[in-house]
Design a protein around this ligand. Structure first.
Ligand code: FAD
Length: 392
């Protein structure tokens, strides 16, 4: 059976891939045939295949060095939320657009006064002639400057207890009521933003889940965020502002071959990479270095196995465990690589090791422990919701 599906996909690729297609057309073909996300249900634009078959399809794309289906926040965080909580009409309308890469999304949850205590958020949405009108400020909104839609948590019932008066809305970002201001990070990148919402409008049919039940919907987004892994097949940025939809897949494949994605450069240093670094810096014969590199390798393999298990059969608290593991791995990779470099690890700019790759990773490692809920919050989740310990 699996062999039949694989053969079907190979034949489909032979008939459909051509380096002259635009990214838009390639993603449309993949989406319309259900091969973008074969694990999605058929009514949502997938093929109802198992996650394992979806991985087989990804591997086939990777082996042929083709560009993958769209990746990014719309795919990894919004789509799983819609699959769990959107109405059938919203799923039919929105999921195919995500599969075709026509939409990039960002998460508008955190506020200056509401991070770990997210339910304390103050951004408000009031009904107005069938729409919603939103006022407030969000912060740390990753990639909001490239996004078309925001997954917005807003207070719709100020009288209700704080977890109960929140709704989950999809706000179009290209409108006068939305101002996105970039924030510069200590790793030199500008991925974060502040987002100011002033009488911003959200169409009435962009409420996901029930009114005032947004907290429950947000848990799906957070669980998806905490357990997401970068796609094994690189793809250019999706969405109208990504700038890739009307370029050819050949150009995209070439660009992706020469430039690893930012996420890959920031977070995916493994034991193997540390070994290469140790050989290059001539410290591989040092027993302590070898021991550290092996420990890192074990940790990264264990983390990979954990992610695979979590994808194959999700378990209670799995997303928090996966996030804690990813944070521990990022810190360990940073420490091992900097130990290998010794004083050279202090260099920055053009003198930095591997063209700044280690520097970028070292200055980004702590981000994993914070984004999507800090390590402390993940431990609270596990303690209270999984182990049944008393609430703090
Ligand atoms: C890489 C990255 C990407 C992000 N992307 C987004 C995004 O796209 N959209 C978005 O909405 N937000 C985003 N965030 C924000 C992120 O969700 C918050 O930074 C995070 O939830 C922590 O909130 P805070 O920064 O307000 O810290 P605080 O909540 O003020 O926490 C400060 C410290 O206190 C500790 N603490 C707080 N409460 C408790 C508690 N109850 N028990 C124990 N310790 C506690 C925390 O662990 C932390 O160490 C991102 C952050 C990062 C780093």
């Amino acid at each position: 059976m699996d062999a039949d599906v694989t053969a079907e996909f190979r034949a489909w690729l032979d008939a459909n891939w051509s380096a002259g297609l635009t990214v838009r057309e390639w993603w449309r073909r993949l989406a319309d045939s259900g091969w973008s996300f074969p694990q999605w249900p058929e009514e949502a634009g997938g093929r109802g295949e198992s996650p394992r078959m979806a991985r087989v399809a990804r591997t086939e794309l990777a082996n042929r060095k083709l560009i993958g289906p769209p990746d990014g926040i719309a795919v990894t965080m919004l789509a799983p939320t819609l699959l769990q909580h959107a109405s059938p009409a919203q799923q039919r309308e929105l999921l195919p657009q995500i599969a075709r890469g026509e939409i990039a999304a960002c998460q508008l949850f955190s506020e200056p006064g509401a991070g770990s205590d997210l339910a304390g958020l103050r951004t408000s949405a009031r009904p107005d002639g069938g729409d919603w009108v939103v006022n407030g400020q969000k912060v740390w909104s990753s990639l909001a400057h490239e996004a078309d839609w925001g997954m917005l948590l807003a207070r719709t019932d100020p009288e209700a207890p704080k977890h109960r008066g929140i709704s989950y809305l999809l706000v179009p970002l290209a409108q006068p009521g939305v101002e996105v201001r970039p924030l510069r990070q200590m790793n030199g990148l500008t991925e974060f933003n502040e987002v100011f919402l002033t009488e911003a409008r959200v169409p009435g049919d962009r409420l996901v889940g029930q009114l005032n039940d947004g907290w429950r919907v947000a848990q799906a987004t957070l669980a998806a965020e905490r357990s997401r892994v970068p796609s094994a097949v690189p793809a250019p940025p999706a969405g109208q502002r990504g700038g890739w939809l009307d370029r050819t897949v050949g150009e995209a494949a070439e660009a992706l071959r020469t430039a690893a994605s930012t996420a890959t450069r920031m977070y995916s240093r493994s034991g193997r990479a540390a070994r290469r670094l140790a050989l290059q810096y001539d410290v591989w014969s040092d027993d302590v270095v070898r021991d550290n590199v092996v420990q890192l390798h074990i940790l990264s393999e264990a983390s990979r196995a954990l992610m695979a298990r979590l994808r194959a059969s999700p378990f209670d608290g799995g997303a928090s465990v996966a996030k804690l593991a990813a944070a521990a791995l990022a810190r360990r990779a940073r420490d091992v690589d900097l130990d290998v470099l010794g004083p050279a690890g202090l260099l920055s700019g053009p003198d930095a090791a591997l063209g700044g790759e280690v520097e970028l990773m070292a200055l980004s490692a702590h981000l994993v422990s914070i984004g999507g809920g800090t390590d402390e919050i993940q431990k609270n989740v596990l303690a209270e919701r999984v182990l049944g310990l008393p609430r703090e």
